[in-house]
Ligand binder design. Structure first.
Ligand SMILES: Cc1ncc(COP(=O)(O)O)c(C=O)c1O
Length: 365
């Protein structure tokens, strides 16, 4: 038995997403790049690289990781690059997408040897959460004024537009793509490639993959562009669990169980977006609040129904622990960092990374 806490990536579950991505590529002609901001656990990159076209990034570190560990096509994007980073970024990338005209012109010499693009902001998104809404008022994410973009068209050959956010609604995607075409049609006509970003939940069980593929193919034909997608969450959804052990139980009006992990340290996004963790099957007569072991009063995974009383020593699997989770883990309270384990297709499990006191110590000085 592997010592908890650990993240467990199940390749057979990952493969379900990968096969859908491969099918979409085949049906639509679109290319799919893994968004490293969501998932950068490179121990499974060799496996994923058979189904995807490459990676996209949000920083120098990510573009380097994509180039070195994933290979294939490597896109660089960042909200802003620093002067001392740009040469190295360019050295790792096949394409660089600038967030603003200001960055594009500032780094025009250094980036002249590779394909360049610009991020556009269509001013509409599928996000209902202000914090994650790229089209929020005064958004810094991309250019929106056609008149300003036209004069720099000779410096770029394509665009990136990311305005979907956990969007499982194909009709909404379709409508928003229509908005983009209306707004930026003249620019799209001059482009050779367009990345439609991430945030589209096309690997979900009920998503109409064929309709989606047809819409992408039509878009590609209409503007004569190579379409890219940048799936993060859609690539790894439901592939990974966080395995924890119950360290203590209390009753304070509710049954409480404290586990050897922390939502603040190991599943931070749930805290940021005020969501409950998922535990399956979540049925039974023993309702228990699962709590983290950090000092934060609200370090709570959620309340779940268990088939039997939760006891010290019980193991619990927290579902869906890959996206925006492993990339955000931190050493808050010095809580033991979860190891990383991979369940191979033959069912065998191997631990690929363990963290110890030296990692904690070296994370600061
Ligand atoms: C530019 C860009 N591409 C891709 C993604 C990946 O999105 P998701 O993980 O929701 O698919 C994001 C997420 O914020 C993004 O900002």
């Amino acid at each position: 038995m592997i010592q908890t806490p650990y993240y467990l990536i199940d390749k057979s579950k990952l493969q379900i997403n990968m096969e859908k991505i491969a099918r979409l590529r085949e049906l639509s002609g679109a290319k799919a790049l893994l968004a490293l901001k969501c998932f950068a656990t490179w121990g499974v990159f060799d496996f994923m690289a058979d189904y995807m076209d490459g990676t996209t990034s949000s920083s120098l570190n990510e573009v380097r990781l994509g180039r070195e560990r994933f290979g294939k096509e490597t896109h660089a994007y960042s909200v802003a690059y620093a002067d001392h980073e740009i040469d190295e970024v360019v050295s790792h990338a096949d394409k660089i997408i600038f967030n603003s005209i200001s960055q594009l012109t500032r780094f025009s010499d250094q980036s002249s040897g590779i394909i360049r693009g610009l991020r556009l902001n269509p001013g509409v998104s599928s996000s209902t959460f202000d914090l994650a809404d790229p089209a929020r008022p005064f958004s810094r994410l991309g250019e929106w004024d056609l008149k300003k973009v036209e004069p720099v068209m000779e410096m770029i050959s394509g665009f990136m537009i990311h305005n979907n956010c956990e969007n499982g609604d194909f009709a909404l995607f379709d409508r928003m793509l229509g908005d983009i075409e209306q707004k930026f049609g003249p620019l799209l006509k001059k482009a050779e490639w367009v990345s439609l970003g991430g945030g589209i939940h096309f690997t979900g069980a009920d998503y109409p993959l064929e309709q989606f593929a047809e819409r992408l193919k039509r878009f590609s034909g209409e503007y004569d562009v190579q379409v890219y997608l940048e799936p993060g969450e859609a690539s790894i959804t439901k592939s990974t669990t966080l395995e924890v052990t119950v360290l203590d139980t209390l009753y304070n009006g509710k049954n409480l169980a404290i586990v050897d992990s922390s939502i603040e340290a190991h599943m931070l996004d749930l805290l940021i977006y005020r969501e409950s963790a998922k535990i399956e099957p979540n049925t039974g007569g023993h309702r228990t609040m699962i709590c983290g072991k950090s000092c934060l009063a609200g370090d709570i995974f959620g309340e779940f129904d268990f088939p039997a009383e939760v006891k010290i020593g019980d193991r619990i699997s927290v579902q869906d622990a890959a996206g925006y989770t492993m990339v955000k883990k931190n050493w808050f309270n010095g809580v033991q960092m979860p190891s990383i384990a991979i369940r191979e297709l033959d069912g065998s499990i191997r631990t690929v990374r363990e963290f110890d006191y030296a990692d904690f110590e070296h994370s600061l000085s």
